[in-house]
Write a protein that binds this ligand. Structure first.
Ligand SMILES: [Fe+2]
Ligand SMILES: [Fe+2]
Length: 145
């Protein structure tokens, strides 16, 4: 299985969020690297633990930012996060299958997450967050005596 190469199209333009997405890809590549070298069930267990924790923390952080800025698509975005979390949990429950099949499935999950969620929903959210922080700094400047 070949490594995932960061595509500039995956960039949302909001640095704090992009940094986390990059971390997802880099941790995932470490997993591919490890299973390609030699397979240990521990690699799969580590990846599952990382993915579930990452999803919790990352989704919560995005949701916090969306709530704090009254993002109008919050409900839709949260529904996508819920779907990602339940898919990851379902994958975790089948992690004891043939490791090549598992690796393919988990790769498809990560790519789907990036292509269908990051490139679409996270992008819209990032545009809103950037817009919001521009407005904030403009009103702070205007409020100066
Ligand atoms: Fe995200
Ligand atoms: Fe998201």
């Amino acid at each position: 299985m070949s490594q995932l190469v960061w595509d500039p199209e995956w960039e949302t333009g909001y640095p704090a969020i992009d940094e986390q997405h990059r971390r997802l890809i880099s941790e995932f590549n470490d997993f591919l690297d490890a299973v390609n070298r030699d397979f240990h069930a521990a690699h799969v267990a580590n990846l599952i633990e990382f993915l579930l924790d990452f999803l919790d923390e990352h989704c919560e952080e995005e949701e916090f930012r969306m709530r704090a800025t009254n993002y109008p698509r919050l409900a839709e975005h949260m529904a996508f996060h819920e779907h990602l979390r339940s898919t990851a949990k379902a994958l975790a429950n089948t992690s004891n299958k043939d490791h090549e099949v598992f690796t393919e499935e988990v790769t498809a999950f990560v790519l789907d997450w990036i292509e269908r969620h990051v490139k679409v929903e996270d992008n819209l959210m990032a545009k809103h967050l950037i817009q919001h922080s521009k407005k904030e700094s403009k009103s702070k400047l205007e409020a100066r005596p």
